[in-house]
Design a protein around this ligand. Structure first.
Ligand code: TMP
Length: 213
């Protein structure tokens, strides 16, 4: 029987550098002989990318927080069924730029939706599937917002205030503190080369643990 692929997610606030590092991590793991798929949320399939466009559009009127939550899980369900689960089942490692921890951080800690409600949807959509590792790119809010602003026109989330992003950072850190073994932390305030050194150490640890396990 084929061994299920590892499911690794990258998380963090705005401007933390997850996306550029996702492809670097994938290349590193491929160099170690792994078959790797890189994808992102919200998005990753045609339908989920269409939902992403609605979620991120700064041109649509404000939406109710529960609508935002349900759209995140609708996009996630499609992504899981069409792409993530089939890849994992055939032994491919999946690196996903954001996943359900972002929902806890943004919709839970950020928007104030009850964590219990998010947990119910998580169980409904994912069953028992959880990421094997959640790599958290931690960065102070001021630096993150400045980096995100430098990228161009702000999307609906990037237009939020610093207090929203402070709650998100606290939320992520709180989750990481509860389950430190599953949440390797990367100090994303460091220069890119240093971030890469940290990321390679995390990747080496994951490779070690998956051969042991
Ligand atoms: P990105 O900027 O990392 O591509 O992510 C898109 C935005 O969507 C980002 O601001 C975080 C937000 N988001 C949530 O609010 N909840 C979620 O569950 C996910 C996956 C993303």
């Amino acid at each position: 029987m084929t061994q299920r692929g590892m499911f690794i997610t990258l998380e963090g606030g705005e401007g933390a550098g997850k996306s550029t590092n996702a492809s670097w991590l994938a290349d590193y793991l491929r160099s170690q002989g792994k078959d790797v798929l890189v994808t992102r949320e919200p998005g990753g399939t045609y339908v989920s990318e269409a939902i992403r466009a609605v979620l991120l559009s700064p041109d649509l009127p404000a939406m109710h927080a529960d609508t935002e939550l349900l759209l995140m899980f609708a996009a996630r369900n499609e992504h899981l069924q069409q792409k993530i689960l089939p890849a994992l089942a055939q032994g491919t490692w999946v690196i996903c730029d954001r996943f359900t921890d972002a929902t806890y951080a943004y919709q839970g800690y950020g928007r104030g939706i009850s964590l219990q409600r998010i947990a119910e949807l998580e169980r409904w959509v994912q069953g028992t599937l959880r990421p094997d590792y959640v790599i958290l790119f931690d960065l102070d809010v001021t630096t993150g917002m400045a980096r995100a602003q430098a990228r161009g026109r702000a999307d609906r989330f990037e237009q939020e205030h610093a207090a929203f992003f402070e709650r998100i950072r606290d939320g992520y850190r709180h989750r990481a503190e509860q389950m430190p073994a599953r949440y390797p932390l990367v100090d994303a305030a460091q220069p890119l080369e240093q971030v890469r050194v940290q990321l390679q150490q995390v990747a080496e640890r994951i490779l070690r643990e998956c051969t042991q396990g």
